[in-house]
Design a protein around this ligand. Structure first.
Ligand code: SF4
Ligand code: SF4
Length: 481
């Protein structure tokens, strides 16, 4: 402060407050600087130091880490993958089950509806076009009543037509007969052996089949006489007599039961009256078995050819009709033959007729004439079969079942075709079941006369004694004589 200012202040007698504050601040700062100058320099606080682990522990830790890496971790990763897969699988399965139960629920609902719409003449048909593989109702079925009232034919029990006995709704539909496949796989070598040229034999069968398909589908319309034979009893007998001249020794008339026909031929079976004809495999040929006889094949071929001739005969009498050969598998002939009173079921699953035993091969004709129907009959054949079972015992392919089986609500006795065909393809033929059958060789009358002894013969035996089989009736014959 200058001397003049101080003197001014003193002179005035007042020191400004601002100056006092300034001075005081300055003084404090000076004091602090002096104090700081004497403060000791403090060292930074030491960092905490952990004690070093012993070497053994460090090595152990390294080993543990290595082991984890080598063993445990891959295992755990694998486990994780497995668990992941299982969870995904379980979810998928759950989804599938849910879909399945939804399908079944819809299927049951459909079935319920179908059953409520059914009446006494309704039948069910496997639906290959629907969303699920389910049955649908067909048109009224003329032969149903005959079958249902025929104690010699077993057929589906409506009470058993349910989930437990049906194929699941998402399964494939039953296989359809594919003649060409079997011809190539099984029969071509057989035909070649039998007839030299398999192609010729197959083309003969094929020609009659093609005629059948073309007529059934309306592509070929055979001429029908303008004048109708008015007496249907007479017509029936005339057909029978004419058929006999073409190696059809047995004939029966019934109504077509569409449960025993394939869906694919529904439209080709335009008429409901059905004539079943049995084409005879000649006994002389059957007796050549187990040597090559080819009796069945020639009979299928000739029966298929001759049935068209019988159909033409019917047309000449003024009635429309359609022939079916036995080679296309569109109709099951056995139940129809039994409905037509031609014979009874056998252990082989085929119809034994009194005329020729197991030797007929069946064909049929549907026609628009109300021919008198034949009644189903009990010929005591099943009784005989139950005590015989020779065919079942002799079958080298084990294709003939000993007992009836309940299959999808039906009691069935059916030869296992696949086993039989496979065996025949390997052996070029078989036919032992026909050759051993007493009905085929000895005839119906002799079988019936031998029935009491036959029971004794077979009661405790499991092997076939052909001599005894033949001697039983001879014995009775000589006793009676
Ligand atoms: S061989 Fe005997 S069991 Fe077999 S079909 Fe003939 S009679 Fe019946
Ligand atoms: S033909 Fe031969 S394989 Fe076929 S069912 Fe008869 S015995 Fe068995």
């Amino acid at each position: 402060m200058s001397e003049s200012n101080n003197s001014e202040q003193r002179l005035s007698g007042v020191i400004p407050l601002r100056d006092i504050q300034q001075k005081f601040k300055q003084h404090i700062e000076e004091l602090l600087s002096a104090e700081k100058a004497h403060l000791p320099k403090m060292p930074a606080p030491p960092k905490p130091r952990l004690p070093r682990k012993p070497k053994a522990i460090r090595e152990l830790e390294t080993q543990v880490e290595q082991l984890l890496e080598e063993r445990a971790l891959p295992h755990l990763r694998k486990l994780k993958e497995t668990v992941k897969k299982k969870v995904t699988g379980a979810m998928l399965e759950l989804q599938t089950r849910t879909d399945y139960y939804t399908n079944v629920a819809e299927w049951l609902e459909h079935k319920q509806k179908m059953l409520s719409e059914a009446d006494e003449t309704s039948i069910y048909r496997w639906d290959t076009k629907g969303k699920y593989k389910i049955y649908y109702l067909t048109r009224p079925n003329a032969g149903k009543q005959i079958t249902d009232n025929n104690p010699y034919v077993n057929f589906v029990d409506i009470e058993e037509f349910d989930l437990a006995t049906e194929i699941y709704p998402t399964f494939e539909h039953p296989p359809v007969w594919d003649y060409s496949e079997y011809a190539i796989l099984f029969f071509t070598p057989v035909f070649k052996e039998a007839f030299g040229q398999a192609d010729v034999f197959i083309s003969q069968i094929q020609a009659d089949n093609e005629r059948m398909w073309e007529e059934g589908q309306g592509k070929r319309i055979p001429p029908v006489a303008a004048e109708k034979e008015p007496d249907l009893h007479k017509l029936k007998e005339e057909i029978r007599e004419y058929a006999k001249t073409l190696d059809f020794p047995c004939m029966g008339v019934t109504k077509l039961d569409r449960r025993h026909t394939a869906a694919k031929v529904d439209d080709e079976l335009a008429y409901d009256t059905l004539i079943v004809l049995g084409h005879e495999m000649p006994l002389s040929n059957v007796l050549k078995i187990p040597g090559p006889s080819f009796a069945a094949f020639t009979s299928y071929r000739d029966g298929g050819h001759n049935v068209h001739k019988v159909a033409d005969f019917i047309r000449s009498k003024g009635y429309r009709c359609l022939a079916r050969t036995s080679a296309d598998g569109g109709i099951k002939y056995v139940p129809h033959a039994i409905n037509a009173g031609m014979g009874n079921y056998s252990t082989q699953g085929i119809c034994i007729t009194p005329e020729v035993g197991t030797r007929p091969r069946f064909v049929c004709i549907t026609l628009d004439a109300e021919l008198p129907l034949d009644e189903p009959r009990d010929y005591n054949i099943e009784e005989f079969c139950a005590r015989c079972r020779s065919c079942q015992k002799v079958c080298p392919a084990d294709a003939i079942p000993k007992d009836e089986k309940r299959f999808r609500g039906t009691l069935k006795r059916q030869t296992n075709h696949t086993r039989c065909w496979e065996y025949m393809a390997i052996q070029y033929e078989c036919g032992l079941c026909v050759r051993i059958c007493p009905f085929s060789i000895l005839g119906y009358e002799q079988c019936m006369r031998a029935l009491p002894q036959y029971y004794m013969y077979n009661l405790h035996r499991n092997e076939i004694d052909a001599e005894l089989l033949r001697s039983s009736w001879k014995l009775e014959e000589s006793t009676n004589g």
